[in-house]
Design a protein around this ligand. Structure first.
Ligand code: MG
Ligand code: MG
Length: 279
């Protein structure tokens, strides 16, 4: 019960600021997606990200976060999250890479992640990545007024389980606003109907992390990189979403999530979508 006091509620105008940060992150990830190819190092991607974010007049939020030494997290193959960019880590055709990116505009944070193929990859891996992204959208669609936090967890889990992939233990999403990580923590599995009530002005980062094998992870000696214990490859997708009266507003998606949410039968809180619907 006491938890709710720690959840930051944003006004409409504060969400408009968060949207600016979200769009910087969206554009940065577009740029990085286009830069991923065999022969590129993860440090090359980090340099591109830093230049792009600063060029937008924003601040890379990961730099120095609990001592993190880079602008983005780059996690390749069996690396799940929090991989540190490195000039010796060269991408090869057939790899998959998860890129996690955060930026700050006027003190407000955006946080989003994608997993992309390097060159041509196995069709099974494409299906695996698509399932992870789809599960994220089911979670985002559950970020609705009147629901509870674990409705999101359950929606993600329900979308992943039929495929038989592993859902990473312990790690999950989080509240976000004037800090990147705020309460509440959001597991990617669990029974619905529990935890924080989803009320207008809550902003959450929803981020499924799944593997082709089991759910257990460990952290490498660099004290950052999280890998699957069984060596199975992993995928990670993330968007930042605000709960609004009109529906989920995906702050790190170019269209506010409108197209994908419509597919799932959920109306979107993106203001431009709303004004079109009214007129
Ligand atoms: Mg992230
Ligand atoms: Mg996050």
């Amino acid at each position: 019960m006491a938890r709710r006091e720690h959840v930051q509620i944003k006004s409409r105008s504060e969400l408009v600021h968060m949207r600016k940060a979200g769009l910087v992150v969206a554009r940065t990830l577009d740029t990085l997606r286009a830069a991923v190819r065999p022969g590129v190092s993860t440090k090359d991607l980090d340099d591109i990200a830093e230049r792009f974010i600063r060029g937008e007049g924003a601040i890379p939020s990961f730099q120095g976060y609990q001592g993190f030494p880079a602008t983005i997290c780059t996690s390749v193959n069996e690396e799940v999250v929090h991989g540190i960019p490195n000039k010796r880590k060269i991408l090869h055709a057939g790899d998959i890479i998860s890129i996690d990116c955060g930026a700050i505009v006027d003190g407000w944070h955006g946080d989003s992640a994608i997993t992309v193929p390097v060159g041509t990859v196995d069709a099974g891996l494409l299906a695996f990545m698509a399932a992870c992204e789809e599960s994220m959208w089911h979670g985002l669609a559950a970020a609705r007024l009147g629901g509870r936090l674990t409705d999101i967890s359950h929606a993600v889990e329900s979308a992943v389980r039929p495929h038989g992939y592993g859902i990473v233990d312990h790690y999950g999403g989080h509240g976000i606003g004037t800090e990147m990580h705020q309460p509440p923590h959001i597991l990617n599995y669990g029974r619905p109907g529990r935890g924080q009530k989803l009320i207008s002005g809550i902003a959450l980062a929803i981020e499924p992390m799944i593997t082709l094998g089991g759910p257990e992870t460990r952290v490498l000696a660099d004290e950052w990189t999280v890998v699957s214990v069984d060596g199975s490859w992993a995928a990670h997708f993330e968007h930042t979403v605000a709960v609004t009266e009109q529906g989920p507003w995906v702050l790190t998606a170019h269209d506010g999530g409108a197209a994908k949410l419509a597919e799932l039968g959920v109306s979107c809180g993106e203001p431009s979508v709303q004004s079109r619907a009214v007129s």
